[in-house]
Write a protein that binds this ligand. Structure first.
Ligand code: PRT
Length: 114
């Protein structure tokens, strides 16, 4: 896993209130203190901002804002993962499990009622 993701996951973990995170000095601790609805709301906002940035880039040809918004989305997704006791490595493991499995084949193999 990327060292940057690993270090960020460790910092996020350290910001949990149970680990001494202080909402007065830390954005992540403040988000944890507000609870999961606040974290999920941020993910919704950042996903929408990513979509808007991509639409703008389609017109302007400048993708720098897509990068910026996508980083916000990944970051807030990592806060959500930590909230649920998950790590970036768990997501990478799931992607690795899917490696080589065509999305079209996987969908076709689903039970009819799925
Ligand atoms: N990667 C990030 C990161 N990306 C975005 N953000 C913050 O996410 C917040 C939300 O972004 P918005 O653009 O939506 O800002 P806003 O509209 O003011 O949002 P709200 O305050 O209303 O939620 C901003 O305050 C950003 O600064 C981040 N805050 C922290 N990190 C990482 O988390 C670490 C720990 O941060 P602290 O817990 O604050 O020490 C940092 O060292 C960084 O590595």
């Amino acid at each position: 896993m990327s060292e940057t993701l690993r270090r960020l996951a460790d910092v996020i973990e350290s910001r949990k209130l149970a680990n001494g995170g202080d909402p007065a000095t830390s954005y992540v601790a403040k988000l944890f203190s507000k609870g999961d609805d606040a974290i999920l709301k941020k993910i919704g906002e950042e996903a929408a901002e990513t979509i808007m940035a991509a639409k703008d880039a389609r017109v302007s040809g400048d993708s720098s804002k897509v990068l910026y918004e996508c980083a916000d989305l990944w970051f807030h997704s990592m806060v959500m993962l930590a909230h649920f006791g998950l790590k970036p490595q768990d997501v990478l493991n799931e992607l690795a499990r899917r490696e080589g499995l065509s999305g079209l084949e996987e969908k076709a193999a689903r039970p009819a009622d799925a």
